[in-house]
Design a protein around this ligand. Structure first.
Ligand code: SF4
Length: 345
């Protein structure tokens, strides 16, 4: 997959805190949920970037900040070098044309009172494109065909389609304006396992055919494995590892990534023994995250330093960035993830 070196999107020190208030008449802020807390990364043109982490890690909030469905508390998102926070009026409308999103739940993201023809045509209507009805219908039916829906079902309603087909409707609507960036927020997690692969294959095909830049959000590393060029792992509002696909799956450096991978059921071709590293405890509250390294309360490698000094996100070899004072060694990966290192050779 070809990717240009110039980033399409640059995210710098992005922060989103949601205030927690108390009081019925005189509300006062008593704290904040630190959903995203100082995250920086680039999205390269034409790549598929996976963002992975457990529920509450900040991945969906990051997605909404990228497309300005939310405004950040601080930090910037640059699209082709331009700060999207400066977009207003027509500029903001154009931004929503350039950046589209596919949502997790195909059931609630489609208006049940509209035919799918008019749902998919919505972006054309909003942006004043293809005003002539016949032409608009032709464009919508082309899109339906492209995502694997029968164009003759143009006048049907969402309830007449299965979950997988509804997600295809969402995909058709999202690609209608040929966006520069498409964000898929857990697009298959509400679907049956048997349907998931079909929707993933569709997204992969479209990404290749249209040269789309795709951000794919998932809570499970196994889902993004065959989709992504690079993978970012988030934990409690922080980016803890960012690496090319083969490095992340072959030699994860952050203990949290190692634990996530260890939880993925994979056949080990060497037949070797694998020490499953299951995460203990729940994810701490993002309203009161642990000091320094936020993973130290659950990390099997934690030492004193981890609770007092926040590890910077820095290069750990193989183009891998990881935020950890004591990253995984090859021996540890070999013990816990024998299939990973052998697959990487
Ligand atoms: Fe574990 Fe320490 Fe690394 Fe955090 S910095 S992931 S606690 S070893």
């Amino acid at each position: 997959m070809s990717t240009s070196a110039e980033p399409l999107v640059q995210v710098r020190d992005l922060v989103k805190h949601f205030p927690i208030s108390r009081g019925i008449v005189f509300q006062r802020q008593i704290g904040a949920v630190k959903a995203v807390d100082g995250v920086s990364f680039d999205i390269r043109r034409g790549e598929t970037l996976g963002i992975v982490g457990e529920t509450g890690c900040g991945k969906s909030t990051t997605a909404r900040l990228l497309v300005r469905l939310l405004d950040p508390t601080s930090g910037t998102v640059l699209l082709e070098g331009e700060d999207i926070a400066q977009r207003k009026g027509a500029g903001l409308k154009a931004l929503h044309r350039d950046m589209q999103m596919i949502f997790q739940d195909p059931y609630s993201s489609l208006n049940p009172r509209k035919t799918i023809g008019s749902i998919i045509a919505d972006p054309f209507v909003i942006h004043g494109l293809h005003r002539e009805e016949g032409e608009r219908k032709k464009r919508v039916q082309d899109l339906m065909d492209r995502v694997g829906l029968n164009p003759e079902h143009y006048n049907r309603y969402p309830h007449e389609f299965s979950g997988g087909q509804r997600q295809r409707i969402g995909v058709a609507r999202a690609i209608a304006l040929q966006p520069k960036l498409l964000i898929a927020d857990e697009p298959v997690s509400a679907l049956d396992v048997s349907i998931q692969a079909q929707v993933l294959n569709l997204l992969r095909e479209l990404q290749r055919e249209m040269g789309l830049t795709l951000v794919f959000i998932a809570h499970d590393l196994s889902v993004v494995r065959h989709m992504c060029d690079r993978v970012a792992v988030m934990y409690l509002g922080k980016l803890v590892e960012l690496a090319p696909n083969e490095s992340l799956y072959g030699f994860p450096r952050h203990p949290y990534t190692g634990a996530l991978l260890s939880a993925v059921p994979v056949p080990d071709p060497s037949g070797g023994k694998r020490e499953r590293q299951l995460l203990s405890g729940d994810v701490p509250s993002p309203a009161n995250p642990p000091s320094a390294c936020r993973f130290h309360t659950r990390c099997p490698k934690a030492q004193e330093l981890c609770a007092t000094e926040e590890p910077p996100l820095e290069e750990k070899g193989r183009q891998t960035l990881a935020a950890c004072h004591f990253p995984l060694t090859e021996d540890e990966v070999r013990l816990r993830l024998p299939a990973a290192l052998s697959a990487a050779k």
